[in-house]
Design a protein around this ligand. Structure first.
Ligand code: SAM
Length: 308
């Protein structure tokens, strides 16, 4: 990449390095991705709450349980979490907060929650690379040690300094509070047996890795250890891309939309010419077939803040 490309990336959104640039295309494809990831999301949250021994508090009707979704996008996970906790017997008052630095997504999230009747969910515009003790518009009695559960789905993998954000997360988590992060490594070989498809995905991954200078998901545990977390556990989840299954077809659609969302960024940053990119996209549409199936993985990491 040229120096010009670094400058382009730095202009996307302040110090946000989100390569998909918060586009409408990206928002659309996330609705598909959330559906595919939901079973593992519930599993990981359940595990995080087990490890932190938070079910007693959750089942206490007199308790207030504070939840934060960091990099919430349109807030798609909070209603899923709310429903899951109710199904598992939660009786506590669930206060949910989502933050993102995309104002359109934050507004959509708030509308969506209101439409669902989830009145105790609030969304705020905030940069997760800044301390979480001061979120404009959100007043917390004790900003440090506030949240019982914090999760970040596909956020830390997009940050240049995930360690700093982990420090801010740790700070606002209650002692004994639970944390869950889901990420994809930029160096993993996410494959699909179409040469054009694979080339585009690899170009996007390599450009992002170069721009970020860090691959959080390659070793999330070490970052969490440095931040002071304990009971850290990671597990991978693998998905089919394409093929005959419903989730495989959704994942393929998701990754094609990723390619579309990242197109402008890659071209403007000089990674590839428009002509070559569009040529590759045409080629991949000829190559894609239901007979072909690829693989895609993410890593789920859960932990808790020590009690003392
Ligand atoms: C891949 S999307 C994931 C959205 C949602 N968590 C999900 O899993 O569907 C990444 C989100 O992180 C947000 N984001 C990126 N950098 C951020 C930052 N520094 N502070 C807050 N949000 C950020 C983006 O705006 C985007 O909504």
């Amino acid at each position: 990449m040229s120096n010009g490309s670094t400058a382009f990336f730095s202009k996307i959104k302040g110090n946000n390095a989100y390569v998909l640039a918060d586009s409408l295309d990206d928002r659309k494809r996330l609705t598909i991705q959330v559906k595919v990831f939901t079973p593992v999301f519930k599993q990981a949250i359940g595990l995080a709450l087990d490890k932190a021994e938070l079910w007693t508090k959750l089942r206490d009707p007199k308790a207030t349980f504070h939840i934060l979704d960091l990099g919430c996008g349109e807030g798609l996970y909070l209603p899923i979490l709310h429903q899951y906790l109710l199904e598992r017997g939660a009786k506590a008052h669930l206060k949910m907060v989502g933050i993102d630095l995309d104002s359109t997504a934050v507004a959509t999230a708030q509308e969506y929650m209101t439409a669902l009747g989830l009145r105790h969910a609030r969304f705020y515009l905030h940069d997760a690379t800044m301390p979480l003790t001061k979120i404009e518009g959100l007043s917390l009695v004790d900003p440090s040690s506030h949240f019982d559960l914090i999760f970040a789905s596909a956020l830390l993998m997009h940050l240049r300094n995930p360690q700093a954000t982990l420090h801010y997360i740790y700070e606002v988590l209650q002692p004994g509070g639970a944390f869950y992060t889901k990420d994809m490594s930029w160096s993993w070989d996410n494959s699909y047996p179409s040469p054009a498809f694979t080339r585009i995905i690899h170009l996007a991954q390599q450009a992002t890795l170069k721009m970020l200078g860090v691959d959080f998901a390659a070793n999330p545990k070490s970052f969490l250890q440095v931040a002071g977390f304990e009971s850290i556990e990671s597990f991978e989840d693998r998905y089919a891309v394409g093929g005959h299954t419903e989730s495989g077809r959704r994942m393929l659609e998701n990754l094609l939309l990723v390619q579309h969302a990242v197109r402008a960024t890659l071209i403007q940053s000089g990674v590839i010419s428009a002509r070559e990119y569009d040529g590759l996209m045409e080629q991949e549409f000829r190559e894609i077939s239901p007979e072909l199936e690829g693989r895609f993985s993410t890593v789920n990491t859960i932990a808790r803040r020590p009690l003392h």
